[in-house]
Design a protein around this ligand. Structure first.
Ligand code: ADP
Ligand code: GLC
Length: 508
């Protein structure tokens, strides 16, 4: 339960993916864990996500999904499109999950796209989803205090609340909050897609829905939402600069007083090395050596790497895209292999990075493993079995793997950006530094910067006492959602206060 006594709020969260149902990246972890954390604080929480039905059908361990019997229709540019609503109870929580079913839009092989890129009708699919969210709230009489939107797929919702739904019963007091998980994905589409939004053409202007000649759904959310958040304090500052704002920094500077950076937490029940059912041996901060050694041996065997307890094993679990610093890894790979380390990669993404890693593994089978695919159990086993974890990102709004790795006693090597800078403390080689250090952080996005951090890490690896301290420091850190959930609730109250004062002004 929350440490702060709060009046329970009716919160509706909207996201395009959420664990345990559908996941392609960190958004899913956050949408699921925040839902649970807010409900644990005593709030009435409903999470609304699309129902990519085939993707959940053979998944083990999911809660039962039921039909609500509710149907709704949205006019998509003159075409009536009907959706249905399924529901489930969020696991170990009082929160409800509503799954928006629309077979033509959501019964696909992946949530967003296939090998050829994003689906051609993504703007239509997610305009439909965004328009479904307030419509379902209306039909189910949810009367939300706060509608919390996440990323461009839900960016239209704050605009709808301020226009079509402004006068509708049940939305009089509803405040909107827009969370940016990644400025690099904005949902920018041909301007004629305005016709799918249900918004008046008058809003197609640079103060509202248009950016650089396109309809921009992230911008729409940022322009209309009462409060804005992003997933770390450092990223909140970075996106207000031309370097980090991906073309929307002007708007963000204008709205800076409404913007808060809140570091993500992690689901400490799911990511707990002492109880994780996906690990061959459990371990905790006080007895990590034996359990972690067994996890490492198991991982080396599973991946076909040489069985060698004393060889540093470096892991990486990632979407394989430019953001994640794969060009640095490519550039430093042969130097790394000369240092007699092992590398374990798990990821999917751009074809060129997939083949680069596959190729590396083929040429060095005892030293490098590359599993190209999405594998939840292997992700946990790499977090637990590796000694070091790589996240040399170009930019990183928050990043979750560096937190998972610290909790699993795996020392992260990260670049000093976004949430990585906010969650990893650099070991500078001094006894004072060792008191709090949890990893290795480098500033320059360059092969020299990255190699220096790797060298520092490998030299710390030689000293068992230093290593033990780094591992224990990381494992003892508190990554629970509690504090972050309290911060979101504070933001919700700021958003509600704004709505109340707007209403009061309108009454005058
Ligand atoms: P991002 O959201 O930018 O991809 P994050 O670090 O926030 O980065 O979150 C990524 C999440 O997705 C983590 O939970 C990570 O373990 C998981 N993940 C990424 N790629 C894979 C994969 N190939 N298999 C299993 N899990 C993966
Ligand atoms: C995005 C970001 C990542 C962040 C995640 C969850 O996918 O790339 O840094 O951790 O969202 O907020």
């Amino acid at each position: 339960m929350s440490s702060v006594a709060v009046k329970p709020l009716r919160i509706v969260l909207a996201a395009s993916e959420a664990v345990p149902f559908f996941k392609t990246g960190g958004l899913a972890d956050v949408a699921g864990a925040l839902t649970k954390a807010l409900a644990d604080c005593g709030h009435e929480v409903t999470l609304i996500i699309p129902d990519y039905t085939p993707l959940r059908q053979n998944k083990a361990g999911l809660p039962a999904v039921h039909d609500t019997g509710l149907q709704f229709t949205i006019d998509m540019n003159g075409r009536s499109v009907t959706g249905e609503v399924n529901w489930a109870r969020y696991p170990q929580s009082t929160a409800t999950v509503l799954l928006v079913r629309q077979a033509a839009y959501f019964d696909r092989g992946q949530p967003y796209g296939d090998a050829g890129g994003g689906y051609a009708d993504n703007s239509e699919r997610f305009c439909f989803f965004s328009r479904a969210v307030p419509e379902i709230c209306r039909l189910m009489v949810l009367r939300p205090d706060v509608l919390h939107c996440n990323d461009w797929q839900t960016g239209l919702i704050p605009a709808l609340l301020n226009s079509r739904y402004a006068q509708i019963a049940g939305f009089e007091q509803t405040a909107s909050v827009m969370t940016i998980h990644n400025m690099a994905y904005q949902g920018a589409f041909w301007k004629m897609d305005m016709l799918l939004t249900g918004m008046h053409w008058g809003f197609y202007n640079p103060s509202h829905m248009e950016a650089w000649g396109s309809l921009n759904l992230l911008k729409t959310g940022l322009a209309f939402a009462d409060q804005l958040t992003t997933v770390s304090p450092t990223y909140a500052r970075e996106i207000c600069t031309p370097e980090g704002g991906c073309g929307l920094d002007g708007l963000l500077r204008w709205r800076q007083s409404a913007l808060t950076g809140i570091l993500n937490g992690i689901d400490i029940d799911v990511w707990n090395p002492a109880t994780d059912p996906l690990l061959p041996a459990p371990f905790s901060a006080d007895n990590w050596q034996t359990g972690k050694a067994r996890c490492k041996a198991h991982l080396q065997q599973r991946l076909g790497l040489a069985s060698s307890p004393r060889t540093p094993l470096i892991g990486m679990v990632s979407r394989l895209v430019d953001q994640k610093g794969l060009d640095l890894i490519a550039g430093c790979a042969s130097a790394l292999l000369h240092r007699r380390v092992q590398l374990a990669f798990l990821g999917t993404g751009d074809a060129r990075y997939e083949s680069l890693l596959r190729d590396l593994a083929k040429r060095h089978p005892e030293q490098v493993s590359a599993v190209i695919g999405f594998d939840e159990s292997l992700a946990h086993q790499i977090e637990a079995g590796a000694d070091l974890f790589l996240m040399p990102s170009q930019f990183e709004p928050c990043g979750l793997n560096q937190m998972y790795s610290q909790r699993y006693g795996t020392i992260p090597i990260v670049r000093q950006v976004g949430g990585l800078a906010d969650s990893v403390s650099h070991y500078d080689g001094t006894p004072a530094g060792l008191e709090t250090a949890t990893g290795f952080v480098f500033a320059d996005y360059s092969m020299a910067g990255f190699s220096t951090a790797v060298e520092q890490a490998l030299s710390a690896w030689q000293d068992a006492a230093v290593w033990n301290r780094l591992v224990r420091n990381g494992m003892h850190r508190d990554w629970s959602w509690q504090q972050s959930a309290d911060r979101y609730v504070a933001v919700y109250h700021e958003a509600l206060a704004k709505v109340a004062s707007r209403k009061a002004e309108n009454r005058l």
